[in-house]
Design a protein around this ligand. Structure first.
Ligand code: SF4
Length: 319
């Protein structure tokens, strides 16, 4: 293990590359280079998108899933963006196509379309603005229209609708996409964990089902929000135990940041995120500048980049 870390660090220098890693990566990929790991930046979707625009290196290796690497490419079209496994997909991103959005727009003419960043670049290109879980609410509230199309996460949409209803008269038209990880946190599983840890507070991602949110907050304090909201909440809370309803390896991030606190989770892992490993990260780096690079490099048609740029750029203005 030690050897592969140093080999990756050496290759990064030789190839003029840096590594961006998502919070849902396995713990060994979530270690910054300055702490003995390989990553130059660790973050959520929005944090990584922002970092992608600041990057000076000519080559970016993205340890995350494909839609994230595509976003980095759209924001850095002159740079080379690599993903260690192009098959690292996402059940939300694959639930909707650009054609589906065109049909929605025909069905609801003039209604603005907000795309969660968990969509492919071609789909984003048909939308007015993108959002991440961190700024979705702020973006929805910014529109004058009382009707908004929100794609593709139905649970996140229902959770956002709950907050919007209390504060505005906006109605979201939803798509039926689901995150295959967060949909597994059910109301009954939440109730049984709560029964075993009655002192624990709850940490829920926007992508969990509505009934889970209701069960979680019954007589219990906690937060419903983005990955960043969850990290912030734990830092500010006096509680010692937390029930985590999000991807399992976010627990590793939390434990690194708050070693004195305990995180209880059924540990549901995203099979797509887990396709990325130290080994294929090393292979992607080795490929840079060789004919093997096509296996790892994100290659988007120019017109897709052009169309997706504006909705992503608008999202970044809502940081
Ligand atoms: S955790 Fe869910 S939303 Fe995130 S990449 Fe995996 S399937 Fe997609």
């Amino acid at each position: 293990m030690k050897n592969i870390f140093s080999e990756i660090r050496k290759l990064k220098k030789e190839k003029g590359a840096l590594i961006l890693a998502h919070y849902y990566m396995s713990p060994e990929l979530q270690l910054l280079e300055k702490d003995g790991g390989i990553a130059d930046f660790i973050g959520d979707s929005l944090g990584l998108s922002i970092e992608a625009t600041r990057v000076k290196a000519e080559n970016i290796v993205f340890c995350g899933v494909k839609f994230m690497a595509e976003t980095a490419k759209v924001l850095n079209k002159a740079k080379h963006v690599f993903i260690p496994d192009k098959e690292a997909g996402c059940s939300l991103a694959s639930s909707i196509t650009a054609q589906d959005v065109r049909e929605l727009k025909k069905k609801y003419p003039g209604v603005p379309v907000i795309a969660y960043v968990n969509t492919y670049a071609e789909t984003k290109g048909e939308c007015d603005i993108c959002c991440t879980s961190r700024n979705a609410l702020k973006i929805a509230k910014s529109f004058n229209s009382n009707e908004l199309i929100f794609i593709p996460d139905v649970y996140m949409g229902q959770n956002l609708q709950g907050v919007l209803e209390a504060e505005t008269n906006k109605r979201l038209i939803l798509w039926n996409g689901k995150c295959e990880v967060h949909e597994q946190f059910t109301g009954s599983s939440m109730n049984s964990i709560k029964a075993s840890y009655p002192e624990a507070e709850v940490l829920l991602h926007w992508e969990v089902p509505r009934e889970t949110v209701a069960a979680a907050f019954q007589k219990t304090k906690g937060v419903l929000g983005s990955t960043n909201d969850i990290l912030k909440y734990v830092g500010e809370s006096d509680a010692k135990q937390f029930i985590l309803a999000s991807e399992c390896d976010l627990g590793a991030t939390l434990k690194n940041l708050y070693p004195a606190k305990e995180f209880i989770t059924p540990c549901i892992k995203c099979q797509h995120m887990k396709k990325i490993s130290l080994t294929n990260t090393l292979q992607a780096l080795k490929s840079i500048g060789t004919s093997n690079a096509v296996k790892y490099e994100i290659d988007l048609p120019e017109d897709v980049i052009e169309r997706a740029y504006l909705p992503i750029k608008r999202m970044m203005d809502f940081v």
